[in-house]
Design a binder for this molecule. Structure first.
Ligand code: PLP
Ligand code: COI
Length: 363
């Protein structure tokens, strides 16, 4: 547990969901549709710095139509989860890693950085007040810290006011078919991020730019889009909302390097560390789509998986592109993917020893 200097004023929701409603909503929450009763807000301006930290009822914001975020998209967010262990303990996974990435995103978007302890104290405060919304079993409480430019001003320059907020949503699996292998669409038309751009920041604009490509993926019967690099349209970068790993026949794991155009995933980093601890060789190196196709054809490539907070570890069974479809292995989730998923989720949910001190205990 973190001890913190930050004090939150607390407004308890006047009419929270009843226990029966919560049980009902937790039975089949889907992803990102159900929200808890409360939220945390903290404000920043130049004169006061971070101030007015509140745990309050979840409710709409009142925004001036000139609010800077609505015009120039000065906005960032994070995605993290709280879990309920089999013994009933509330756990979070590497929240300080999210706090640090949030600071990096803020820096890239010329926003006021949220101090690490304020970030962690805010998510903790929300999980505590809405602890009965943390599902048991395989579900989790998805936490969405975000920050936006709140100054009412139409000039193009960094805002002088920001709102930091955390909301929470109980979730089940991200993909509709649960843990089954997914199909991905490799876009040769749209790219996500260019060198020098905002690809490594978790800002809403990157996702806005991905939506049309994702819609094409959906139209082609795929679950996610895979982006290639913006310069040569050759090198595999990442998916719309996940990083990607390739498992080769000799047991090596290959993942695209952090070149500045992909998100430095916390799951990605955790998988690299866990796989190395398991004795596997992990290479962070460029991998082309051409090579991907050749390695599927030759049998050199055995498994592919996507990873991220929302998706956890998702086996990729098929790739589609304008040239056709390729099936990876037998199209199902392979043993390496399953082993990595079991290790990661085992640690996250307190079933396996927390050898890397990644688990943050809340109660
Ligand atoms: N890449 C993108 C574009 C994402 O949106 C995400 C999800 O947050 C990831 C990768 C994986 O990051 P993490 O493992 O930190 O959730
Ligand atoms: C996450 O994994 O937290 C994300 O933000 C990605 C998005 C697909 C929900």
């Amino acid at each position: 547990m973190t001890t913190t200097a930050w004090q939150f004023t607390q407004e308890v929701h006047p009419s929270p969901a009843t226990s029966a409603e919560v049980v009902n909503l937790l039975a089949n929450p889907g992803f990102g549709r159900v929200f808890t009763d409360h939220m945390v807000t903290v404000r920043w301006n130049e004169a006061q710095g971070w101030h007015d930290a509140k745990v309050e009822s979840r409710k709409p914001f009142l925004l001036d139509p000139a609010c800077a975020a609505l015009h120039y998209a000065q906005q960032i967010f994070e995605g993290m989860k709280a879990y309920r262990s089999a013994s009933g303990e509330l756990l979070m996974f590497r929240p300080t890693a999210n706090a640090r990435r949030f600071q990096q995103s803020a820096k890239r978007m010329a926003m006021a950085p949220v101090p690490e302890d304020l970030f962690v104290a805010s998510v903790e405060a929300l999980v505590k007040i809405d602890s009965h919304w943390v599902p048991e079993g395989e579900g989790s409480l998805y936490l969405r810290p975000f920050m936006f430019a709140s100054e009412a001003f139409l000039g193009v320059r960094p805002s002088l006011e920001y709102v930091f907020c955390v909301i929470a949503s109980p979730v089940g699996p991200y993909f509709k078919n649960g843990d089954s292998a997914v199909t991905v669409w490799v876009s040769d038309e749209y790219t996500r991020a260019a060198p020098g751009g905002t690809g490594a920041a978790k800002c809403g604009g990157n996702y806005a730019a991905s939506l049309l490509a994702q819609a094409q993926a959906t139209a082609n019967g795929c679950d996610q889009v895979v982006f290639l690099d913006a310069v040569e349209k050759r090198w595999v970068e990442e998916l719309g909302g996940m990083n990607i790993f390739f498992c080769m026949a000799d047991g090596t794991l290959v993942t695209p390097p952090l070149s500045g155009t992909i998100l430095p995933g916390i799951t990605r980093e955790s998988v690299i560390l866990l796989a190395r601890r398991e004795g596997m060789t992990v290479e962070e190196r460029p991998y082309s789509f051409e090579q991907w196709c050749a390695d599927v054809a030759s049998g050199q490539l055995r498994e592919v998986f996507a990873c991220g907070t929302a998706a956890v570890i998702a086996g990729i069974g098929r790739i589609r592109h304008t040239g056709g479809e390729l099936v990876i292995g037998d199209g199902t989730v392979g043993p390496v993917t399953t082993r990595i998923r079991d290790l990661l989720t085992g640690i996250q949910r307190g079933r396996l020893a927390d050898t890397e001190s990644w688990v943050h205990h809340l109660s």
